[in-house]
Design a protein. Structure first.
Length: 525
């Protein structure tokens, strides 16, 4: 039974979901990094929120860890490259708190428009400042979205309901999607010049860090009001302070800061500045939703192999997993075969799916090929870290799909570029389940790829099969299966033998000494 640690406080429904799905779970929160490091080795999964920091040191100690689940969107507290290198899937729950965060952005927009926090404070202080505050309507104003993904699109929908005009800067927003949302796609400079309100809904990446820099803030329309419920680091906070003080920016509301918790900050006390302590996801509904989702996703992965909302692995639904798993097994063995037969590092690997295989999600198949190929050199490679390691080694990966059927109903071909030219192996599924090799370096040969095998390239000549059978018999090696293929009569032939025990160097030497043998290698699957 897989075992999961919940290391941050979350709804008790998460633990209930794990247990109902057949996963053992411990709820142990508030541990120091050293305490977590000492205990993490016994767990297959780690469920966290924002408090637990999953560092490279923690991952090094997590020898059994297979999946990290973040109950929420941001994964700033997880070292994703280190997790990928360690073969650990990292998941988040990007949809569980989307409505809550969008509503908080809208609430802060109203707070800025009508100066609600200051008005409340002065009223409760007994000053009754009825003439001290003059707000603005949001109706007819232009809202600029920086990021029009899941949360940004909900904000756009709410803003349109308030009769606002919405413009958006998002490199990933298609023209069709913009029309569907009822918004206008613009470049960042256009947004800065036109928007009466700007709200940010983008992750913090190298491309988005400081997207509202001092230079860009200076380009904004005078009197703009800015809201950030996304991530600290998107705005130059010092420049924001200067422009608030000068009056160029009429108001700003931040739910997130570069350094959190932000117990002291130069912006605190600035007129027309509103701050909340990272409350974007803080509603009862959101906390329940993200806890349920992270438990369901992690349980699906640990029990059935389903992958949902993973940041470092292709998604694979629990329903899709049983159908694609035989293809992944075939792909892994083809990758392993070509890895064992390729003597040098290869600059390029191509994965070609044909027929029924081409109708499937190609990413898990590609990952399985890379895992099989790279595992020849390292036992720690798996489907999660294989693409990461391939990229690190400078291997170009190509995907090709052909939906029409060829000689087989379904086929997977793996090709590598070598100094001797392109070399490829191909396989299919028999009965939609059993992986089967059907072609090896251009030679038709049908073989199972399992256990210990002997690979021989020889001249096609009478008596060879008898000689190799005698050689193995004299060495006390029992043959399990025998598969033979050739290019043409009297030409080059390939022999694949499965044997009951590991192939020794002594046996390889004896087979290599047989007349007509060109190549002999031990294989293992």
């Amino acid at each position: 039974m897989p075992k999961v640690l919940i290391s941050d406080k979350m709804s008790p429904l998460a633990a209930k979901i794990f247990r109902e799905r057949g996963v053992e779970v411990d709820e142990i929160t508030g541990k120091t990094p050293e305490e977590l490091k000492a205990m993490i080795g016994e767990y297959d999964g780690l469920a966290i929120r924002s408090s637990t920091k999953v560092t490279k040191d923690i991952l090094a100690a997590a020898t059994n860890l297979k999946v990290i689940g973040r109950a929420g969107i941001g994964v700033d507290n997880v070292d994703i490259p280190a997790a990928s290198a360690a073969g650990v899937v990292v998941m988040n729950t990007p949809f569980g708190n989307s409505i809550t965060t969008a509503e908080h952005a809208i609430a802060l927009m109203f707070a800025l428009a009508r100066q609600l926090p200051e008005a409340n404070a002065q009223t409760q202080a007994g000053t009754w400042p009825k003439n001290g505050f003059m707000g603005v309507e949001v109706t007819g104003k232009t809202l600029g979205l920086i990021g029009a993904g899941n949360i940004g699109s909900i904000v756009a929908d709410r803003a349109l309901g308030l009769k606002m005009k919405v413009v958006a800067f998002d490199p990933f927003l298609s023209a069709d999607r913009a029309v569907e949302l009822g918004i206008e796609k613009v470049e960042l400079d256009q947004l800065l010049a036109r928007a009466d309100f700007i709200t940010l809904h983008t992750p913090l990446t190298d491309q988005t860090r400081n997207i509202l820099s001092a230079e860009n803030l200076a380009k904004t329309k005078k009197g703009v009001r800015i809201i950030n419920c996304a991530r600290g680091g998107l705005i130059d906070e010092a420049a924001l302070k200067e422009l608030l003080d000068s009056g160029h920016i009429a108001g700003a509301a931040l739910d997130v800061f570069v350094t959190e918790p932000a117990k002291e900050h130069p912006l605190f006390g600035t007129p027309n500045f509103v701050a909340t302590p990272h409350l974007g996801a803080s509603t009862n509904e959101a906390q329940v939703n993200v806890a349920l989702q992270v438990a369901e996703q992690m349980a699906d992965y640990l029990v059935s192999g389903g992958v949902t909302n993973a940041l470092n692995m292709p998604s694979l639904s629990a329903e899709e997993a049983p159908r694609i798993r035989p293809y992944m097994a075939l792909a892994e063995r083809l990758g392993s075969l070509i890895g064992q037969l390729s003597h040098d590092a290869v600059p390029r690997i191509s994965i070609h799916t044909e027929g029924a295989a081409a109708e499937l999600n190609p990413k898990p198949i590609v990952s399985a090929v890379l895992a099989g190929y790279l595992r020849v050199h390292s036992d720690t490679v798996n489907m999660v870290n294989a693409p990461f390691l391939a990229k690190e080694r400078g291997i170009e990966v190509r995907e090709v799909r052909t939906e029409r059927e060829g000689d087989y109903h379904t086929l997977v071909r793996v090709s590598v570029k070598t100094e001797a030219g392109e070399r490829s192996v191909a396989g299919t599924l028999f009965g939609n389940e059993a992986p089967r090799l059907i072609e090896l370096f251009g030679i038709k040969v049908e073989a199972d790829l399992a256990g210990h095998m002997l690979y021989v390239v020889n001249e096609d000549a009478p008596g060879f099969i008898g000689r190799i059978g005698t050689t193995l018999g004299e060495a006390g090696v029992n043959i399990g299966t025998f598969h033979l293929g050739r290019r043409a009569a009297g030409g080059e032939a390939v022999l694949l033998l499965s044997v009951d025990e590991p192939v020794t160097a002594d046996l390889i030497a004896k087979v290599r000494a047989l007349p007509g043998v060109k190549t002999v290698m031990a294989l293992k699957f």
